[in-house]
Design a protein around this ligand. Structure first.
Ligand code: SF4
Ligand code: SF4
Length: 64
C-alpha cells in the first residue's frame, strides 16, 4: 500500500497530538515550521492521526 499523508495547514495549530499518537514513528514535529511532517514509508494507514487530530487537519488516502 502507498499511503499519502497530507496536512491541511490552515487548520493545523501545531499542537503535536498527531505525532504523539502515531505508533509507527511516521510523524514528527518540525521545529522550523511547527507543523508535523510525515515519513511516508513508515505510514501504515492506520488513521489514528486523523481520528485524534482535534482540528481535522490530516487527510490520509490510499494511492494503491
Ligand atoms: S494533531 Fe492536528 S492540529 Fe495538532 S499538530 Fe497534528 S495535524 Fe496539527
Ligand atoms: S495513518 Fe497511522 S501510521 Fe500513518 S501517520 Fe497517521 S497515525 Fe501514523
Amino acid at each position: 500500500m502507498n499511503w499519502q499523508w497530507r496536512l491541511v495547514q490552515r487548520d493545523c495549530t501545531g499542537c503535536g497530538i498527531c505525532a504523539d499518537v502515531c505508533e509507527h514513528g511516521a510523524l514528527r514535529m518540525t521545529p522550523a515550521t511547527a507543523y508535523p511532517e510525515a515519513i511516508p514509508l513508515a505510514c501504515t494507514g492506520c488513521m489514528t492521526c486523523t481520528a485524534e487530530c482535534p482540528f481535522g487537519a490530516i487527510e490520509v488516502t490510499n494511492r494503491g
